[in-house]
Design a protein around this ligand. Structure first.
Ligand SMILES: Cc1ncc(COP(=O)(O)O)c(C=O)c1O
Length: 361
């Protein structure tokens, strides 16, 4: 039996609004008249239908399927797992918050790398966790998550949860699936491994592994599918974790429009492939141009590059110079990462003026 947050351990919460698709499945027929959900009646010339068409208006007017069943099924088949191993929420960010709430009680220890994707720490503090950070390992100038040190720290503190972004943000570095399996095997069974795989689509497809005990894999449609603004992500997890997450999830958080868009991109055979191929090519060109200019660029398994400067002042100067031209690059807020800049693989990033600024500030 997995260990959940204290108040959830022996308590099953029942969703008061399981939605029409589940009702239809229970009664074995379509609901043809939705007069029980207090949605707006349709009107002619609604601003949405005028601007974006009747189909968008109709999606917007009606409550979504709280279980996002159509997205679940597609995500499950894409990853070769059962639909019962998938939970959909409003982006990988929401899923980080969701699994923190499912596992962590106030005062529990959670472990992550110092300077990794900061939303984890932000949400962990919000559930009252005690956050313990482990420095990046530096091997031949390459920063990467220190898996043995993370496992050691988690075990020493009997951590409720270990967060690992793999590939990592902001470094872009990556650990192969066998290293992740070793990490899992080294951790105590009660420590939930929250693997944030937001960028896994940019890695070899063999790295897209399925269900692993006591492990949650987070995926997103924000990066390789072009839907960041619509907010759709999913987690692949053992069924008991999916069931618990479903009990505490904001059930209508993924809008009808977002679900329909997710189905469209997951059904389009080459949507992700085209984005991934173009992003990786741009990323590699950008990294090569920056290296030619003498900059240190970490090997990236994502859709961005991470430039390591000798110190935080140099990185800040370059960031400010770009901002003066109205160009935003990211400098992580964590004090351990002030000396790096993260630049997205985008045609704008390869412009000569941008490259010059990244080199000279
Ligand atoms: C490591 C990581 N996790 C999660 C996210 C957020 O993903 P989503 O847009 O699905 O919330 C990002 C976005 O940059 C990210 O870098």
């Amino acid at each position: 039996m997995p260990r959940y947050a204290r108040h959830l351990q022996d308590h099953t919460i029942v969703n008061p609004f399981p939605g029409l698709p589940r009702l239809e499945a229970a009664i074995g027929r379509k609901v043809v008249s939705r007069i029980g959900s207090n949605e707006s009646m349709p009107i002619s010339k609604h601003p949405l239908s005028e601007q974006w068409g009747a189909a968008l208006y109709e999606l917007a007017r009606l409550y979504p399927d709280p279980y996002a069943s159509a997205v679940r099924e597609r995500a499950a088949s894409l990853n070769g797992v059962a639909a019962g191993n998938v939970v959909v929420d409003a982006g990988a960010d929401s899923l980080i918050g969701l699994f923190l709430r499912a596992r962590v009680s106030p005062g529990d220890v959670v472990v992550c790398t110092a300077g990794t994707y900061p939303t984890f720490r932000y949400f962990a503090e919000g559930v009252g966790a005690r956050v313990i950070e482990v420095p990046y390992a530096e091997l031949d100038g390459v920063l990467c998550n220190d898996l043995p040190a993370l496992a050691r720290t988690a075990n020493e503190h009997q951590a409720a949860l270990l967060y690992l972004a793999n590939p990592d943000n902001p470094t872009g570095t990556f650990h192969h699936h066998d290293a992740i399996a070793t990490l899992r095997a080294t951790l105590a069974a009660d420590t939930l491994l929250l693997l944030d795989e937001a960028y896994i689509d940019f890695c070899d497809s063999a790295e897209r592994q399925g269900v692993l005990a006591q492990t949650i894999r987070l995926r997103t449609l924000s990066k390789a599918y072009g839907l960041a603004g619509l907010r759709v992500g999913y987690a692949i997890a053992p069924q008991e974790w999916v069931d618990k997450a479903d009990q505490i999830r904001t059930q209508f958080a993924v809008s009808s429009v977002a679900q329909a868009a997710a189905v469209a991109v997951l059904d389009a055979p080459d949507c992700a492939t085209r984005i991934i191929t173009a992003s990786c090519a741009l990323r590699d060109e950008l990294a090569a141009s920056l290296r030619q200019r003498g900059l240190t660029v970490l090997p990236s398994h994502t859709n961005f590059v991470c430039i390591v400067y000798p110190d935080a002042d140099s990185a800040l100067r370059k960031q400010k110079a770009l901002l003066q031209q109205g160009i935003a690059v990211h400098r992580p807020p964590h004090p351990a990462m002030g000396h790096i800049l993260r630049v997205t693989a985008h045609p704008d990033a390869s412009q000569k003026s941008v490259l010059q600024c990244l080199e000279n500030g």
